[in-house]
Write a protein that binds this ligand. Sequence first.
Ligand code: EPU
Length: 310
Amino acid sequence: MPDPRENPRPLSIDWLVSYSGVREHEPLPPHSWYGIGGRARYFLELPDDGPLPELIGRLNTDAQPYLVIGAATNTLFAADEIPGLMIKLVTRRLSMDRDAITVSAGHLMPTLAAEAARAGRAGLEFAAGVPGTVGGSVFGNAGAFGGEVKDRLSSVEAIDPHGRRQSLAAGDCAFAYRQSAFKTTKAGWVVVSATFRTDNETPQAVRARLLEVQKHRRATQPIEQRSLGSTFKNPPGDSAGRLIDASGLKGMRIGDAQISPKHANFIVNLGGATADDVLALMAEMRNRVFERFGIELEPEIRVIGRTPGR
Ligand code: EPU
């Protein structure tokens, strides 16, 4: 499956260069929640997923690499220039029926949580604590404060590598902790929308729980600073934050990247952090936790263009 991190090939096809809206050598910091990144060789922002089936089919036929992003809240751009086509989905559709909400991939999870609450739809309050898009959250089975995407998802609409729109039941997406088929057997598929089951309650009751999620998040996470959320997955039965903290690393700084003094599993950008600063801190965190506890931390964030080491 084409992937810009593996087997990059020069992309020199005329149809892509002249494809409506494609930009070349696009600077990535403005597209990164972290404010970090080099450039994308080719870049396309799509407010509508209509062109995607044909585009994805064509890219695969030509064996050209592509990478789909949303708000890049969990992705570190770690190459000077990322080869291939980067597609940024900024789709914002949302519709409700009696007991479900269907929402496009580019919608932000906290906005989904707020709209659900306003309509008195319960079950998605956890989404207020997931600072990413619906597409990225399905891709990574994002979760927070007792909820995970898979708990409420009923189906996903996705484009397969042949450019066909497919509807997948949640049970066909191989969800596990921060894991889905879109990272493994369905790499190269593009999630375009998701349908979530909801229950009916009063807007006040739903909103009260949503505010609790926001309050807890503000109290425990450095949300006022730029970060990619949890840097590492929690190892079975333990917490990466606790292990990094107990290794004495809170507050450690390399360049403008800092292990948050508030939550040790967050690396915050103090202003001018580079991908190298973040990767060096990650290596330090993994080394120190391994030395002290014999536990290998696994990255939770997606690193594009480099492989995080120890
Ligand atoms: N802890 C420390 N020191 C720290 C941070 C945490 O000792 O610096 C301890 C806490 O006291 C607590 C335990 O570690 O006993 C767990 O910490 P916390 O409740 O903050 O949750 P977490 O396991 O670190 C997970 C998710 C978060 C999600 C929160 C809230 C992962 C890797 N992280 O964090 O998800 O928001 O629970 O539900 O699963 C994300 O994925 O980006 C993310 C932020």
